[in-house]
Design a protein around this ligand. Structure first.
Ligand SMILES: [Zn+2]
Length: 412
């Protein structure tokens, strides 16, 4: 490894600033929802940068922007990327960092006249966030063949506008077939979006797994009755039962390894001060990087709910709203990330991503890893999202050296 090879941090920061103009809000923050005019402007700027480097640029059927830099051989490429769309009132780094750092890697290789064995490719995936069209990670799902192209085109926003029509309107309805490229490996640099690296003062996270998520709605039915006249042993208190579920979620999170368990919504009916709640509806968000543990959490919750129904004399039903299994990153690619970080003299730890990413879809198709850098105070999806320039630079250099390792024959 040659640590003296590095990206240009000023150029990367300048591009992040330029891209952040598109969708900038007067009160601060960015709204660059997928396939809006702001997204089109950001895409156009990105494509102009790709063309400046004389890269082979392709737009695929769902508007993913791909760029290829040839290798010495014509093996499958090492693919770098992330997304350019944002949620409403976002920061400048979520997604944009991975795409623009990938561009910086390609430009650095060109400038240093480094010709890797494998081609190196870059992708900006369409609609990762799902903030406008609620199929999230749409571009990567279609790229991998998990989402048929026609199904992606037919997804509509809240006003009934179709993805396919918006792709045509903004000029990003391409003809490069989804499924055409199976990368040798996929790498995504991203801000952590959580507090672990920031709190531990570690610069690089080598992501081993991306969390699985299980959402369910729990409905508890008891009997509404008078708050004053109903004796304790005659109560069928749906409110008390709901409180016990919330308490139990904390226990689950404490006793299962690396488990998260959250009740984010709760409603009572009749929702009156002097009436015992007759019904409670609450949501449960369970997350784990290990599918076996996530399943155990789901099962233990189900057993708890059954016991609760009996003990509190209420009826409990639960309905799965959404479930994605965790994705494992490829151990050898994760090791390449660690090797690059240590070779650059950076602190590094292995970790699990608690947020969803394009990488979790790509992991189904090819050896994949993610590189995280610290998010100040763990904040993202907010105008307050911030990472220090030196951490951004470190992350991009780890990306560069991981690519150098992989693209010169480092994948099996
Ligand atoms: Zn993101």
């Amino acid at each position: 490894m040659q640590p003296e090879i590095h990206i240009d941090p000023q150029r990367l920061n300048q591009r992040l600033v330029e891209l952040a103009q598109f969708g900038a809000l007067p009160e601060g923050g960015i709204s660059r929802l997928a396939l809006t005019d702001a997204d089109k402007s950001g895409r156009d700027l990105f494509v102009s940068w790709l063309r400046d480097l004389s890269l082979d640029v392709r737009i695929d059927q769902v508007g993913n922007i791909l760029a290829f830099q040839p290798g010495r051989g014509d093996a499958q490429p090492v693919l770098l990327g992330s997304h350019l769309d944002t949620v409403r009132a976002a920061g400048p780094l979520d997604g944009a960092l991975g795409v623009l750092a990938g561009l910086e890697v390609l430009q650095t290789l060109q400038e240093l006249d480094i010709h890797t064995l494998r081609p190196v490719a870059l992708v900006a995936f369409t609609n990762e966030e799902g903030a406008r069209f609620t199929t999230d990670m749409m571009g990567s799902r279609a790229f991998c063949g998990e989402l048929p192209v026609e199904d992606a085109w037919d997804v509509t926003d809240f006003e009934g506008v179709r993805v396919g029509d918006e792709l045509r309107r903004i000029g990003y309805s391409g003809d490069f077939p989804c499924g055409q490229v199976t990368p040798a490996a996929y790498l995504e640099l991203h801000i952590e979006q959580g507090p672990v690296l920031y709190q531990e003062r570690v610069t690089i996270g080598a992501v081993e797994a991306i969390t699985g998520i299980s959402w369910q709605a729990v409905t508890i039915t008891g009997a509404a009755n008078h708050a004053g006249t109903t004796p304790l042993d005659a109560r069928r208190d749906a409110g008390l039962a709901a409180a016990k579920v919330i308490q139990y979620l904390r226990e689950l999170a404490q006793f299962l390894p690396d488990q998260r368990a959250t009740c984010g919504r709760l409603s009572f009916s009749p929702d009156v001060i002097n009436v015992i709640p007759g019904q409670a509806v609450l949501t449960v968000d369970l997350r784990n990087g290990e599918d076996a543990v996530l399943k155990k959490a789901e099962q233990q919750l189900a057993e708890y709910l059954a016991a609760l129904a009996e003990g509190e004399n209420v009826e409990v039903t639960s309905r799965i709203l959404m479930r994605v299994s965790p994705s494992r990153c490829d151990p050898s690619v994760v090791t390449w990330v660690e090797t690059a970080a240590r070779g650059l003299g950076l602190t590094c730890r292995r970790m699990v991503s608690g947020a969803g990413h394009d990488a979790q879809i790509m992991a189904h198709t090819c050896p994949t890893a993610m590189i995280f850098i610290p998010s100040q105070n763990g904040i993202s999806h907010s105008p307050a999202e911030y990472s220090r320039p030196k951490d951004i630079e470190a992350g991009a250099n780890v990306l560069l050296h991981t690519v150098l390792g992989l693209a010169d024959g480092g994948t099996g």
